[in-house]
Design a protein around this ligand. Structure first.
Ligand code: NAD
Length: 280
């Protein structure tokens, strides 16, 4: 069994980006990301801090807009529109979840597709499904990079995704299909889940339930990707996979922490640099 070290792979990606950003600066291009956060969701604060740290390390300019919980949809949309028009900003990101009463889908579709570095605007979602050049949402993009980093064959393999969220499960279906996998997607209403997951060559868990995937659900030598981030009562981070037991069966497995999480942030940085280059 081999561990796919997302932390190390993300470090290499950031280090390559740093060099690229230095070269862009010599050409007078300075990538810049604007992050909007509404309210003070605890987990979102951690994610936003990780994104700002990554920007600082790479040399991407970073602007943060922290809005009150009571912000109205009109106020949020008018800020997004202002940032859309600001030529110095290449990427715009609205951190989810938004407080009740604010519609994230409306916010995402208001972000200019050219600055939509999270890949949540319907234009980018549509382009991904047509296998056209676009901003790919960062978690699925990171998962593909992790598989590629180990030369894991995707073409012709049976990939099973547990979870059909708009930010992970659904875009990952397209990413894996674009790489010629045979893709099955499972969700909370799926029957005989374990029977399906046991046929997976590549099994991805994006559920949000600690240690949900147990060894009896996994085929021998499967590649297991754990997207879940769950905090235990003791404050420890655990994934959706029972790592200790599943790792004995898997050929490759991603850890939590240090797996998909750091890759998501690294791919966001890749997208911001891509947005800046698209503007050249
Ligand atoms: P979500 O809550 O939007 O979706 C969860 C999905 O799991 C749903 O599609 C649901 O149908 C499915 N599900 C729930 N119970 C199930 C069951 N009993 N059997 C089968 N399927 C079931 O979640 P999300 O936003 O996709 O996030 C999933 C997990 O991944 C969370 O732990 C989240 O924190 C984590 N996450 C991590 C990253 C990262 O960068 N590592 C990024 C995004 C999300």
């Amino acid at each position: 069994m081999q561990i796919i070290d997302g932390k190390e792979l993300a470090r290499i990606i950031r280090s390559n980006l740093k060099e690229e950003v230095e070269q862009l600066k010599e050409k007078g291009i300075q990538p810049k990301l604007a992050v909007i956060m509404v309210g003070d969701d605890k987990a979102s604060k951690v994610y936003v801090r990780n994104k700002s740290k990554a920007c600082e390390e790479i040399g991407i300019l970073y602007e943060e807009y922290l809005l009150e919980e009571t912000t109205t949809m009109d106020e949020l949309l008018s800020l997004i529109n202002k940032l859309n028009e600001d030529e110095t900003i290449n990427g715009i990101l609205v951190q989810s979840p938004l407080p009740k009463g604010l519609d994230a889908n409306v916010a995402f579709r208001t972000i200019s597709p050219k600055k939509d570095v999270d890949g949540f605007n319907p234009i980018n979602v549509g382009k991904l499904s047509l296998n056209q050049d676009c901003f790919v949402s960062c978690t699925p993009y990171g998962i593909i990079k992790m598989l590629e980093s180990k030369n894991i064959e995707i073409e012709g393999k049976h990939a099973v995704i547990i979870g059909r969220s708009n930010i992970v499960g659904k875009p990952l279906i397209q990413c894996l299909l674009n790489k010629n996998a045979t893709v099955t997607v499972c969700h909370s209403k799926t029957q005989n889940l374990g029977e399906i997951t046991k046929t997976a060559d590549i099994l991805v868990a994006a559920i949000g339930k600690p240690k949900f995937v147990t060894e009896d659900m996994v085929k021998d030598n499967a590649v297991v990707i754990d997207v879940g981030i769950n905090r235990t009562d003791e404050g420890k981070l655990v994934g959706d996979v029972d790592f200790e037991n599943v790792s004995k069966k898997a050929s490759y497995i991603t850890p939590v922490p240090g797996g998909v999480g750091p890759m998501t942030v690294a791919m966001l940085m890749v997208n911001v640099v891509k947005a800046a280059k698209n503007n050249m």
